[in-house]
Design a protein around this ligand. Sequence first.
Ligand SMILES: Nc1ncnc2c1ncn2[C@@H]1O[C@H](COP(=O)(O)OP(=O)(O)OP(=O)(O)O)[C@@H](O)[C@H]1O
Length: 257
Amino acid sequence: MAEPLLALHGLRKRFGGLAVTDDVSLDVMPGEIHAIIGPNGAGKTTLINEISGVLPVDAGRILFAGQDITRLPLHRRARRGLARSFQITSIIPDFTALENAALAVQAGDGTSFRFFRPAGSERRLNEAALAALDSVGLAHRAATPAGAMSHGEKRQLELAIALATQPRLLLLDEPLAGAGPEETERLVSLLRGLRGRYTIVLVEHDMQAVFALADRISVLVYGRLIATGGPDAIRHNTEVRAAYLGEDDLPLAGAPC
Ligand SMILES: Nc1ncnc2c1ncn2[C@@H]1O[C@H](COP(=O)(O)OP(=O)(O)OP(=O)(O)O)[C@@H](O)[C@H]1O
């Protein structure tokens, strides 16, 4: 069996008296889209923050590609290929889509602060940036200033920026938030196109999208992991359904998304 790309072992985090991550252990396998769902306040964003290094854990271990990264700072996790997509805030509005992606390519290959670059590196930079834009269907908008793009396009660009760093693991925190129905459809098909090529941890409230996209789903309730499994197993899990009682957004049938 393949080794997990990301393995969480007994993670714990408290905010004052509140256990927000309560002995969470889970594996993310290479190439899978692994969704983390749970009711509001379940601790999903906190968990993503612990994985990316924004927040230190109180106890437990985080292994990435077999190496212990529990105490590594955020930038050193990023260097190892752990990319987090920051909701639009990483976009520079006055820069074109291509320039935004090129900055990310530079950050990814560690050349951001080199003043003297060998001839040809500019071209390679632009090619890599264009490839990232192309992978999210934005190549035709390369010359457009990011600030002039629609909300959905900014989401696509944000994804291109994350992909431009050539991540081994992509952490997506609510990539569909604020998107209208058409934008959602486009973003879901775009994410589906990344399946198998990237390993993705996805936190998302849109259950139709989650059940359409995820290979496996982990369910957090009050910081505790109550289930991990394929969409069908999760959909029919009694404890999961009880956790969502009163919310009608857990789809019973397969979603046509
Ligand atoms: N910095 C903090 N200090 C104190 N409590 C916090 C902090 N950040 C989050 N919390 C609390 O931790 C709990 C989990 O929050 P978190 O944002 O991780 O949940 P979530 O599952 O992502 O929620 P949502 O679905 O609403 O985005 C909540 O009760 C929240 O109020």
